[in-house]
Design a protein around this ligand. Structure first.
Ligand code: T3D
Length: 259
């Protein structure tokens, strides 16, 4: 059977590549299940301290495989959203480690919103983002209606989602949708370097930072200050905190182990 997700562990990084390049890495059921398994492995394996998601071929991901979506033998729309995409988005947000996304080409529909659920999104200078749903009569899923207005504001999110226009990566970066644009030839080099860099940082501290950011999306200031106090206390009990402070006082580079 074909493998639609290439997953490998390199040094301390989990590398996930979407692998249906002939259909621009659009998701069918098998690919969605393989993606969930790869994300579970990244969550569970303590040797993995950062994650990278990218696509093989000229696209990042064209969203749902529309041939499967309309097939009478297919999983059905409700099942696709509930059992394919929703778990993928929750798993990305709940991995207590940084998840980097390298958008190597077009990211459309669920493909765009999977990218936006990641912690740091790099995109090739020739990549683009399309909230393609309105063009086929659907509504944005995969967390798009949650993340996009928070990233770029309600007006711009509404325009992108209702009009379904292609947004070039430089424009996406300028409006705060993504972290950074890289020259196409250097995208993977930069994305791997960023992932490796994160994988050598204090992993538990970064995980707590991610949890605090997740909670900041709902909390008021009082509750968020409580979250910070709780998680800072937890971070202060890590071996990496001891190492970070010791290294500072001894004027040397720290060696973090993720503990
Ligand atoms: O049940 C549900 O649907 C619920 C779930 C919804 C989640 C969603 O993601 S809905 C949104 C689904 N995605 C789209 O609507 C995007 C469809 N694709 C496109 O609009 C265009 O392909 C792109 C703008 C992304 C790229 O255009 P272009 O010109 O660079 O490439 P192309 O020629 O359109 O595509 C190349 C091939 O990939 C082509 O196949 P062929 O002709 O070479 O045999 C095309 O059919 C195939 N392909 C691209 N996207 C999909 C796809 N095949 C199946 N599903 C796709 N989404």
């Amino acid at each position: 059977m074909s493998t639609y997700i290439n997953f490998e562990i390199k040094d301390h990084a989990g590398l996930i590549y979407l692998n249906r390049p002939d259909v621009l890495n659009s998701f069918n059921r098998q690919m969605a299940m393989e993606m969930q398994q790869a994300l579970d492995a990244c969550h569970d394996n303590s040797a993995i301290r950062a994650v990278l998601i990218s696509g093989n071929g000229r696209a990042f991901c064209a969203g749902q495989d529309l041939a499967e979506a309309v097939s009478p033998d297919g999983p059905g729309l409700e099942n696709i959203v509930k059992n394919h995409y929703n778990p993928i988005i929750k798993k990305i947000r709940n991995i207590p480690k940084p998840v980097v996304c390298a958008v190597n080409g077009v990211a459309a529909g669920a493909g765009a919103n999977i990218a936006l659920a990641c912690d740091l999104v790099l995109a090739s200078s020739n990549a683009s983002f399309i909230q393609a749903f309105s063009k086929i009569g659907l509504i944005p899923d995969s967390g798009g209606t949650f993340f996009l207005p928070r990233l770029i504001g309600m007006q711009r999110a509404a325009a992108l989602m209702m009009l379904g226009e292609k947004i070039p990566a430089p424009e996406a970066a300028a409006m705060g949708m993504i972290y950074k644009v890289c020259e196409a030839d250097h995208l993977m080099e930069e994305a791997l370097a960023l992932t490796n860099r994160l994988s050598l940082m204090p992993t538990k501290g970064l995980g707590y930072t991610k949890r605090a950011l997740n909670l900041s999306l709902f909390n008021n200031l009082d509750d968020q200050l409580d979250v910070e106090a709780l998680l800072q206390t937890a971070a202060g009990k890590t071996t990496d905190y001891q190492e970070g402070v010791a290294a500072f006082l001894e004027k040397r580079s720290p060696i973090f182990t993720g503990a």
